[in-house]
Design a protein around this ligand. Structure first.
Ligand code: UGA
Length: 455
């Protein structure tokens, strides 16, 4: 919304939320999320044509276009638990819009929702009996965290789905005119509602599938002595495959990939397409396998036990340049190590201790109060690694490439291990210092070869 305000000075944008602390933060100089470049955009428009308010009903009533960007988490109970999207927030937003509206509106579905949600929302809105005309559009977002501003300034495409009626086409044109103020018209794709909704799920499923494919290859590379980076480079040169999203890792995280694939799986199952559902499920299974494999490597390399040993965790966010920890692989890796009684010391440049404590204590398997004491959060990589037996790199923060690894080595117990879950360090350089290094999908150290390590 901030980028729309920046690029369309004649459009008045009001961001509304029922959470007062959140809106207060947006109205302050300290924005509530870390996203490179966002500060600058907000600063340029705030108070001019970009406003943040808790007066939800007033601003919705006044608007011509309402973007709904509420949370749609995976359902935790009831029908479709563990797979289907929880649309509670979407439904109440739709009911509120129907209640407060006095004029015709275009309602834009911006949250990623299962296919055909728009139809349900349309029903809620059109049963308002007030003679108001609502047009529903699906306008899924393709930005990635950490590069959001860059992605929004120069999107690969903007997708707008709407009804094939004249009212629907008029609504599509109105939204297209907003984006056309900075996006080349040939990059604005207009489709029917269902295609737009499904395309969002499909795009994330395809992206996640690439990562699971390369991560599956990484296991084979380790077993056979190939180097996954070389394999990625070789296959990425094929223009049909392309070079992006081929970095092997400890696993993908983030709020979208797993949730969207689970949604896709649920939709397939609901339509009796068991084979298709299983096909996509496998993308998640490989992701879980990769995280387990990583933990097993650590434990087996360190003489099959990490009990009482200090392990430094460098990076907790699900990717660099964000403080977001939703579904981060670090949660599973830390839990695996804690389960094996390691003492972990975590450093991430953007994630607060409070968040880490919440993530490690509140997941599906609540931990005992004693296990919480096994976890320390520190504000410096050198502090985290002091006296440690091993280091795990779980987020590809640039600063981890620049650390003084000789200094770190000198302060660690020996043998000193580095487990690089993001292939960010120069493994050869570290080996020369004296580290035993495990890097995802790379030829194994002689030390690791002798250890049984398969998940
Ligand atoms: C993803 C999509 O990339 C966006 O297009 C989409 O709009 C967004 O979800 C969404 O649905 O909202 P995001 O989750 O922010 O964006 O981040 P990604 O850059 O896609 O990374 C996801 C995970 O995959 C991260 O944990 C990242 O480290 C991992 N990854 C990515 C790899 O392990 N290897 C790669 O080569 C690329």
């Amino acid at each position: 919304m901030a980028v729309i305000a920046l690029k369309c000075p004649k459009v008045q944008v009001v961001v509304v939320d029922i959470s007062t602390p959140r809106i207060t933060a947006w109205n302050s100089d300290q924005l509530p999320i870390y996203e490179p470049g966002l500060d600058d955009v907000v600063k340029q428009c705030k108070g001019k044509n970009l406003f943040f308010s808790t007066d939800v009903e007033k601003h919705v009533a006044e608007a011509d276009i309402v973007f709904v960007s509420v949370n749609t988490p995976t359902k935790t109970q009831g029908l479709g638990a563990g797979k289907a999207a929880d649309l509670t927030y979407w439904e109440s937003a739709a009911r509120m819009i129907a209640d407060v509206s006095k004029s015709d509106k275009i309602v834009v579905e911006k949250s990623t929702v299962p296919v055909k949600t728009a139809e349900a929302i349309e029903r809620i809105l059109t049963h308002n009996n007030k003679g108001i005309n609502f047009q529903i559009l699906s306008n899924p977002e393709f930005l990635a965290e950490g590069t959001a501003i860059k992605d929004l300034f120069n999107p690969d495409r903007v997708l707008i789905g709407g009804r094939e009626t004249s009212g629907g086409q008029k609504a599509i044109a109105a939204l297209r005119d907003v984006y056309a103020q900075w996006v080349p018209i040939d990059k604005i794709i207009c489709t029917n509602l269902w295609s737009a909704e499904l395309s969002k799920l499909a795009a994330n499923a395809f992206l996640a599938q690439r990562i699971s494919s390369v991560n599956a290859m990484s296991a084979l590379c380790e077993a056979t002595g190939a180097d996954v980076t070389q394999v990625s480079q070789a296959i990425g040169k094929d223009t049909r495959i392309g070079p992006k999203f081929l970095n092997a890792s400890v696993g993908f995280g983030g709020s979208c990939f797993q949730k969207d694939i689970l949604n896709l799986v649920y939709i397939c199952e609901c339509h009796g397409l068991a084979e298709v559902a299983n096909y996509w499920k496998q993308v998640i299974k490989i992701n879980d396998y990769q995280k387990t494999r990583f933990v097993n490597r650590i434990v087996s390399s360190m003489f099959n036990t990490v009990s009482g040993k200090k392990v430094a965790i460098l990076g907790f966010a699900f990717k660099k340049d964000t403080g977001d920890t939703r579904e981060t692989p670090a949660i599973d890796v830390c839990k695996g190590l804690i389960g094996d009684k390691a003492k972990i010391s975590i450093y991430d440049p953007q994630v607060q201790e409070e968040q880490i404590t919440r993530d490690l204590a509140l997941k599906k398997f609540p931990m005992s109060p004693t296990s919480v004491k096994q976890v320390a959060c520190v504000w410096d990589a050198y502090e985290a690694t002091k006296g440690a037996h091993g280091i795990c790199i779980l987020t590809e923060w640039d600063e981890f490439k620049l650390l003084d690894y000789k200094r770190i080595f000198d302060g660690m117990e020996k043998p000193a291990f580095v487990f690089d879950g993001r292939n960010v360090v120069d493994a050869e350089k570290l080996r020369k210092i004296g580290f035993i290094v495990y890097a995802i999908g790379k030829p194994l150290d002689a030390w690791l070869k002798d250890m049984p390590a398969v998940a």
